[in-house]
Design a binder for this molecule. Structure first.
Ligand code: FES
Length: 152
């Protein structure tokens, strides 16, 4: 049994300690907002926060999580910055197929938590690990700027 702090609640998962956090979230906790994309930390679809930092949950074993706070897209709107990002995403109609979007939102939220006025270069650097097969990058950038304005 491994104890995790997910979205402010202590939960227990009955899984091997080497199990990636992604699968503990999806299969053991039925939190399917976090997506499996590549399984190799190359696409960003599985991005969640550990103590506010974006991490790739597909390569993060639950044994490495410890008592760090896991935040997933299911709870991102509970936070003022996350709520602003989610609202901006809807307002800018960012999603196309949507598969990558929870990871995009988690990375964008982590960026705006530390940088309230990101430049294009800041956005590109923070979002470089989040691949979108539909090519929504221009709308992702517009939504991040929109959220930054809303938070100003
Ligand atoms: Fe389809 Fe990004 S919206 S992969």
């Amino acid at each position: 049994m491994t104890s995790l702090n997910v979205n402010g609640k202590t939960v227990t998962v009955d899984a091997d300690p080497s199990t990636p956090l992604l699968w503990a979230l999806r299969d053991d906790l039925q939190m399917t907002g976090t997506k499996f994309g590549c399984g190799a930390a190359l696409c960003g679809a599985c991005t969640v926060h550990l103590n506010g930092q974006p991490v790739r949950s597909c390569v993060t074993p639950i044994s490495a999580v410890g008592d760090q706070k896991v935040t997933t897209v299911e709870a991102v709107a509970a936070d003022r910055v996350g709520k602003a990002v989610q609202t901006a995403w809807v307002r800018n109609d960012v999603a196309q197929c949507g598969y990558c979007q929870s990871g995009q939102i988690m990375s964008a939220t982590a960026l705006l938590k530390t940088n309230r006025k990101p430049s294009d270069a800041d956005i590109d650097a923070a979002m470089a690990g989040n691949i979108c097969r539909c090519g929504t990058y221009a709308r992702v950038r517009a939504a991040i700027k929109d959220a930054a304005r809303a938070l100003a």
